[in-house]
Ligand binder design. Structure first.
Ligand code: ADP
Ligand code: MG
Length: 394
């Protein structure tokens, strides 16, 4: 898809602002705190129906206003217009999403229709932070290509919430006998096994496939002295051999783990097993040795890894969505060049024309000169963002 037009109304520091974007490359610059990231966040509401930064909708309504409105016009490869509207009413705490004036009632059926890949400074949490961040990032990726996965994930999360509230209720009020409790927990556990195993299998499959994409992209940026690695780690897989993952084996494993943890779950009043605790471990291989990325890489290397990760996501999504009428994803790179040395900036800039529609934000206008080597003038639009509006004559 190509994002042709974007209109923000009462979105964070924007009162009312309309953008006409370039189908190839959009260079968005401005000092800190003027509203560059807010543009990307607004687009994430259109594509994901929620913020990629996990902001609450109510925090996105401009101070002093009671609703926000984001409208985007996307053009698909068949030249058909897709108009997406995102509204949030603070008073009623009601959000509305509409595609071509039809309300979107199920998030899972909408997700992936307008594929989007975002790189943001907060992504440093992917390499340095908890497993939770990496799971969320991969969940967004997988959900854009598999509705089934997204449905299973939603169902799984619902069951976990229900099980947790039962465990917590019992923890506080101790109102169930042991037998009654076991009976109820078993009921939830059966459902967890059904959905959980499907989730783990999909994640393992994707991690394997995606690894190749990451290797290739990493190589195109830094050469092949290092090889990035992704390994999906799950308690459910522990007794698995390398020969593959068998649904039946995983189900048995998960059942056994849940049975084993039952007493501890009761004692602690919370769920203690399942894919909500799994990890995508990131590492680097150098001369045959494997290093944990967290402990080994410099800040610039983390950033390089993250750029390679997001570019790989783009290409992966694009391959998976081939043949659908979503077209290529939109690629938004927030503050992509900070922390990188000149060579890497040059390298990454040279790769950008290979992508569909690209947005780059930066505080430093000088990067435009670098980018102009790779895009012709007509393929670049420049936006200077000052205090929630576009400054003319930049
Ligand atoms: N609900 C809101 N109402 C008004 N301004 C907001 C709101 N939320 C955030 N802001 C403002 O948005 C600005 C941050 O914009 P951002 O897009 O992150 O800047 P940058 O250009 O550095 O990426 C800050 O000045 C912040 O005060
Ligand atoms: Mg920013």
């Amino acid at each position: 898809m190509i994002l042709e037009k974007l209109r923000l109304k009462y979105f964070k520091n924007y009162s009312e602002c309309s953008f006409n974007f370039n189908p190839k490359f959009n260079f968005i610059y401005g000092d800190n705190g003027n509203g560059k990231t807010n543009i990307i966040e607004a687009v994430s509401f259109l594509c994901y129906t929620k913020s990629f930064l996990q902001s609450a909708e109510s925090d996105c309504v401009k101070y002093g206003e009671d609703r926000l409105e984001v409208t985007g016009e996307f053009i698909n490869p068949l030249n058909l217009k897709n108009k997406v509207l995102f509204l949030y009413d603070k008073q009623a705490s009601k959000k509305t999403v509409a595609l071509n004036n039809e309300p979107v009632s199920r998030q899972t059926s909408f997700f992936g229709k307008i594929p989007l890949v975002v790189l943001s400074p907060g992504d440093i949490k992917l390499t340095t932070g908890s497993p939770n961040e990496r799971r969320r990032s991969f969940d967004i990726l997988i959900s854009q290509i598999s509705r089934l996965y997204f449905d299973d994930l939603k169902s799984y999360n619902r069951v976990i919430r229900q099980k947790n509230s039962l465990l917590k209720e019992n923890f506080v009020y101790k109102k169930y006998t042991q037998e009654k409790l076991r009976e109820m927990v078993d009921m939830w556990n059966d459902e967890l096994v059904q959905y959980g195993v499907k989730i783990v299998l999909k994640r393992v499959e994707i991690a394997k496939e995606f690894q190749k994409y990451l290797e290739r992209n990493f190589r195109s940026i830094v050469g092949d002295a290092y090889v990035p690695l992704i390994n999906y780690e799950s308690e459910l897989l522990e007794s698995e051999s390398d020969t593959g993952t068998d649904e039946k084996v995983l189900k048995d494993n998960f059942k056994n783990i849940l049975a084993e943890k039952f007493p501890l779950e009761i004692k602690r009043g919370m769920s203690l097993a399942g894919p909500q605790r799994d990890n995508y471990a990131f590492a680097m291989r150098k001369n045959g040795d494997v290093f944990d990325l967290k402990s080994f890489a410099s800040q610039g290397e983390h950033k390089t890894f993250l750029v390679a990760l997001r570019l790989s996501e783009y290409i992966y999504l694009n391959d998976k969505l081939e043949g659908s009428n979503t077209g290529e994803p939109v690629l938004m790179l927030d503050d992509v060049f900070s922390e990188l040395d000149k060579n890497r900036i040059e390298k990454i800039s040279s790769l950008l024309p290979n992508f569909n529609q690209v947005f780059v934000t930066t505080t430093d206008k000088r990067y435009l000169n670098t980018l102009k080597k790779y895009f012709s003038d007509k393929d670049i639009s420049v936006f200077n963002i000052v205090n929630g509006s576009i400054k003319a004559n930049n």
